[in-house]
Structure formats: C-alpha cells, structure tokens
Design a binder for this molecule. Structure first.
Ligand SMILES: [Zn+2]
Ligand SMILES: [Zn+2]
Length: 312
C-alpha cells in the first residue's frame, strides 16, 4: 500500500503523490513563474525599472541584518530561484540522464543568454514534465511542500508592485430576499505582467483583458517612458506578445510624431526684450514621456487593421 508523501492519503496510482497533490504541484509550477517574472521586473537597481517598491523595503526584521539584500522582493526571488536549482540538482542526482539539460541551463545563465525569470520558467516546465518521475522519489512530498511555500510568498508580495484599478468585483457572492444576485463589489486591480485579476476580498479570478475598459479609464493618463509603456501594454493586450517589439514601435511612433511627447515643465523666468521686463517662461526638463492612452489607441488601431486584412 502506497501513501501520498505530501498529504498521506492512500494513493491508487502507484505513485508517492496522490492525484490531488499532483494537480496542486502542476498548478504551482504553472503560476510560480508568472509571479516570479512580474516581481523580477521590480527588482531594485534593475535597468529599466529603477525605484524599489516601497512596501518591499525591509526596515528591521528583527534578525541579524547581514543576510540578504535588505529588499524583500529581491530576497524572496533569490530564495525561490535557489530552491528551484537545489531541487533540480536533487532530481539530476536521482535521474542522471537529465544532467545535460541542467548543465545547459546553468551555462546559459552564466552567459546571461537567459534571464533569471526565464530560467525559473524553464525549471518549472521541466519539473512539470518529469512530475511522474518525481512522484516516485522519496523527496516528492517535501518538494511539493517547499514549492508551495515559495509560491505563497511570491503571491503575498505580488500586490506590493504597482497595479491599476480594475473595477468592482462582479463575482456573485449570494442572493438577497428577492432573489437578486448580490455581487462582491470589492475594488480589484490589475498587476502589470499578470494576465489575470484576483479579487482580494472573495478570491474570484478573472482575465485581465476583461477589465481592459476599466483599467484604461484609470491608466489612460499615465505618463511613462517607452519601455514601461511597452511592458504594461503587453500585459494587458492579448495581441501584443513582445515587449522589445512594441518598445521599438512606440519609439517609431514618437519619432514620426504620432505620439505627442510630454515633458516635465519647470517654471522659469526670462527677460523679454520687446516688453523690456521679466516674463514667465516655462521650460521643458527631462526625457519625453508618452501617454498610455495615446500609445494604446495606436496599438489597438494596428490590431484592428491587422484583423481587417486577415478577413479580406
Ligand atoms: Zn496527496
Ligand atoms: Zn470579489
């Protein structure tokens, strides 16, 4: 008789992980890389995204402060990434024929041809693929427990990174005396990089694209440099899949004058020779930024014309 090494239930599949725990592991392996990728974009000091996330800063955690970077997101990402590598090594110890795969990943990481987020996605994909094989090993229960903890911690940090208001939650949570649906109504927000929205109140999960209209009302006026604009739009719009490609297009639009630049204005004064007195002369400072709504209109216009060409 075999018992599940994760939940101790008797298994019927001949493996040391029952069907339920196996499905749990699959779900974790699917969402963990998404949380990871989203949080990795907000690592302090990472090029492109500059400022640390305020809630992420560890001011005093009651521990000796020498460990870690002092940034909760960075530390958690490091720990998750290290844990996944450690489990991958354990798997390779038991399944030596997989050594070459792991070596290739390690080499790519060292050559920096893959990012840490890509490496994490790759590892999770690998674990998912060899889950049946893992389910026969004596550490499979511990593996699921550990993975689950890492996933939970990444999930807990996710709301700390900036998001946009995505409207009131429409989930039906009950019925009133007249039988009319009572909706949850809690405010939800889209997290850039995630394709879904989870309600913090009732836990209902919906597609980010279904919230697009509401998000746009909130985000239209957002001013940003081309790169963060591209990142945000790719997360929201299904038809855009590549940040670098959209980044290039946004810069082209800007060069052609299709996108109106916005500069920060600093109030200055200058001498007006004709009027022979000092006048207010506001000057532009800093790099041009562009409005999210303007960029999105161009993206959606291109999508529509692409669809029309496909039809005709
Ligand atoms: Zn189980
Ligand atoms: Zn809700």
């Amino acid at each position: 008789m075999i018992h599940c090494l994760h939940c101790h239930a008797e298994t019927t599949n001949g493996l040391a992980l029952c069907e339920l725990c196996r499905r749990k592991a699959e779900t974790i392996l699917e969402v963990l890389p998404v949380y990871f990728r989203n949080l990795a974009r907000w690592r302090p000091g990472r090029s492109g995204t500059s400022r640390p996330v305020p809630g992420s800063r560890v001011l005093w955690d009651g521990q000796v402060k020498s460990a870690g970077t002092g940034d909760r997101i960075s530390d958690t990402l490091d720990e998750t990434s290290n844990a996944l590598i450690t489990w991958a090594r354990a798997l390779v110890d038991d399944r030596p024929h997989l050594t070459r795969l792991l070596d290739r990943l390690t080499a790519s990481r060292q050559a920096e041809t893959v990012t840490e987020a890509q490496a994490v996605a790759w590892l999770c994909l690998g674990f998912e693929r060899y889950l049946t094989s893992i389910s026969t090993l004596d550490w499979c229960g511990e593996f699921v427990r550990d993975l689950s903890q890492h996933e939970e911690r990444l999930q807990t940090l996710t709301p700390l990174v900036p998001g946009w208001y995505a409207g009131a939650c429409r989930q039906v949570v009950g019925f009133d005396e007249d039988g009319a649906a009572v909706r949850c109504g809690a405010g939800t927000s889209v997290i850039p990089g995630l394709t879904w929205v989870t309600c913090g109140s009732c836990g209902a999960t919906t597609y980010a694209r279904d919230h697009l209209d509401v998000v746009l009302a909130e985000a239209r006026g957002w001013l940003a440099r081309p790169k963060p604009l591209a990142e945000a739009i790719v997360a929201l719009v299904d038809t855009e899949a590549s940040v670098p490609r959209l980044y290039d297009r946004i810069r082209q639009w800007a060069n052609r004058g299709d996108l109106q630049p916005h500069h920060q204005i600093r109030r200055g004064y200058t001498w007006d020779f004709e009027q022979e007195r000092m006048v207010v002369a506001d000057e532009q400072v800093g790099h041009a930024r562009y409005r999210m709504g303007d960029a999105l209109d161009l993206v959606l216009r291109d999508t529509r014309s692409k669809k029309l060409t496909a039809v005709s």
